[in-house]
Ligand binder design. Structure first.
Ligand code: SF4
Ligand code: SF4
Length: 214
């Protein structure tokens, strides 16, 4: 899921200062799970906007704002959207840009997307995957060296770990120690000597001049 944090309200206020009538959009998927863009956060945002003498024309929490079909179906034709000068969007950049494709109004993001992460508990998120496009974690016990090794080393550790902790950030476990321990636990320890990752194909997936499209 896309992990997001809320922008400081002062930044949001500065971005919306030239608009009076605001429509607020939330996200019932990732942003709701992160408690940055669900119904409760949208309602809190509306209260804050009212205190600043903004007129809130309406709000909606879309199931998945990053899905243009949902945006078309549930948002685009709302009269409150048409009446608004701008939309404040509590969703990731994918959501904001899906709305941009459908709605011709100024769009103001209220969140900062941080990474694709796995939730441990609210407020504790792990970046386990960097979406490299060539997943190899079948060889590494399900633990990703691209995302979880500070140097993204693909063929074993750098040798700098101390007591299982990474030399770059001693707060974090060394990914390769985790990989070794996991392979040991699942009786695949011999894999560690077999793993040899070919140089990555940086042409795949192809990065086009603008955004990627699969
Ligand atoms: S190798 Fe790592 S970064 Fe690449 S897709 Fe798999 S988990 Fe994600
Ligand atoms: S100590 Fe481990 S996680 Fe840190 S950079 Fe070296 S191999 Fe990667």
């Amino acid at each position: 899921m896309i992990i997001t944090t809320s922008k400081p309200f002062s930044e949001i206020l500065s971005n919306i200062k030239s608009y009076k009538r605001i429509f607020v959009v939330g996200c019932a998927a990732c942003a709701a799970k992160c408690q940055t863009g669900g119904e409760e956060q949208v309602k809190n945002m509306i209260e804050e906007l009212k205190k600043e003498n903004k007129e809130v024309t309406g709000f909606i929490v879309l199931d998945t704002p990053c899905d243009m079909r949902i945006v078309k179906k549930d948002l685009a034709k709302l009269p409150e959207v048409k009446r608004s000068e701008a939309l404040l969007v509590l969703a990731c950049g994918g959501g904001v840009q899906a709305i941009e494709k459908i709605v011709d109004k100024p769009l103001l993001p209220a969140l900062d997307p941080v990474f694709v992460g796995s939730i441990e508990r609210i407020g504790v998120y792990n970046e386990f995957c960097s979406i490299c496009g060539q997943c190899i974690i079948d060889s590494t016990g399900g633990i990703c060296p691209v995302a979880r090794c500070a140097k993204s080393l693909m063929n074993g550790p750098c040798g700098g770990a101390v007591n299982g902790k990474c030399e770059v950030d001693p707060e974090l476990d060394c990914a390769w120690v985790l990989i070794y321990n996991k392979l040991n636990k699942i009786n695949k320890k011999e894999n560690i000597f077999k793993v040899f990752m070919e140089p990555r194909k940086h042409s795949k997936p192809k990065k086009l001049d603008n955004s990627r499209k699969l």
